[in-house]
Design a protein around this ligand. Structure first.
Ligand code: SF4
Ligand code: SF4
Length: 332
């Protein structure tokens, strides 16, 4: 597809649903509703909040409770959504979330929103925080409908689903057939991109190494800098912990159940009935997060960290995810 056709492409997407894409906000980028192609910043490094926010809301009411009348689920009408401009790491992160939320028992809130969303990926170049190449998540094979690979003056449009196939069939006047030269260009650009990664994480045997070096001083050194703010969890595209609480009206007759994103860095995360906290110290919580992020999801064989670099880029204490794990790996 020639870049000059992007405007028509965008206008056709608008007919399929509300289009949300990365938009510049000062020095940051954010996935936001867009009405015109000029607002879209396809050439971005990362958004602060991941696309996860569309499927598991940071805060939402899930059911109403009334004394004597039981409860009623709060189910929203599915809204057609076009998510334009996801990077390969974020597409792979959605696959991890799918494996968690769509496994039995399925999370219906997630499923309804996910089924109503068209996902369109876009190619990118790594910056100083990206390490998706180390995690094997720098390319999206599945988990999207269309993927736009920038080839200078055009995009090579890759199809990832039958829905994507129907979309491009309806745009045959905008999107032409890719040529052999387009694929040669794509191969060369992918090779060039692969050489651009500066941040490399040593991943061989990583889950076992992290587990066996549980008592290492390295955890103490890094966790001493951590202020337990939980930002690294909130910006992470694969973090999936949430908290569920009830808000009761003053009349004590009705209320709502809410769920909101939670963070394993917050002390109350591991607080259970009876007052026991099974991760009482910051050191315990710090180690736990790295244990989780070094593991592999057995359902997808994808790592629970996709190397997007958000946790390092937005940590107020300047703690770099790769530096912590490479320090541990170096001890093995
Ligand atoms: S963002 Fe940094 S300071 Fe905040 S909890 Fe995570 S590691 Fe600690
Ligand atoms: S742990 Fe950090 S680098 Fe890995 S997916 Fe989460 S935010 Fe991205």
């Amino acid at each position: 597809m020639l870049k000059e056709n992007f405007k028509d492409f965008f206008e056709t997407l608008k007919k399929l649903g509300e289009v949300h894409a990365p938009v510049r906000r000062g020095r940051l980028f954010s996935f936001t509703k867009v009405d015109s192609p000029g607002e879209v910043a396809l050439n971005y490094n990362r958004t602060m909040l991941p696309p996860k926010k569309y499927f598991v809301k940071p805060f939402e009411e899930v059911l109403k409770i009334k004394v004597g009348k039981g409860y009623e689920l709060i189910v929203e009408e599915p809204k057609s959504l076009v998510l334009l401009g996801l990077h390969a790491c974020d597409i792979n992160a959605l696959r991890v979330l799918d494996s968690v939320y769509l496994d039995e028992p399925q999370d219906d809130y997630y499923q309804v929103r996910r089924a109503a969303a068209i996902v369109i990926g876009v190619s990118c170049e790594p910056d100083e925080y990206c390490f998706c190449k180390s995690m094997g998540t720098d390319y999206a094979w599945t988990g999207f409908d269309l993927f736009l690979h920038e080839l200078g003056t055009s995009y090579l449009v890759r199809v990832g689903s039958s829905r994507g196939e129907s979309i491009i069939e309806s745009m045959s006047n905008i999107i032409g057939e890719p040529t052999k030269e387009d694929f040669i260009k794509l191969r060369d650009l992918e090779l060039k991109r692969s050489r651009m990664f500066k941040k490399i994480l040593n991943t061989s045997l990583l889950p076992d190494i992290v587990d066996s070096l549980h008592e290492s001083e390295v955890w103490v050194v890094f966790s001493d800098k951590c202020v337990s703010c939980g930002s690294c969890n909130l910006v992470c595209p694969t973090c999936r912990c949430y908290d569920v609480t009830e808000k009761v009206e003053l009349n004590l007759q009705e209320g709502v159940r809410v769920r909101r994103w939670d963070s394993c860095f917050i002390r109350s995360h591991a607080l259970v009935a009876g007052g026991l906290n099974f991760r009482p110290t910051r050191l315990d919580r710090f180690r736990h997060r790295y244990n989780c992020k070094s593991s592999i999801d057995p359902r997808t064989n994808l790592p629970f960290c996709v190397g997007c670099g958000r946790c390092s880029a937005f940590c107020p204490a300047g703690i770099d995810h790769v530096n912590v794990l490479n320090a541990i790996w170096g001890l093995a």
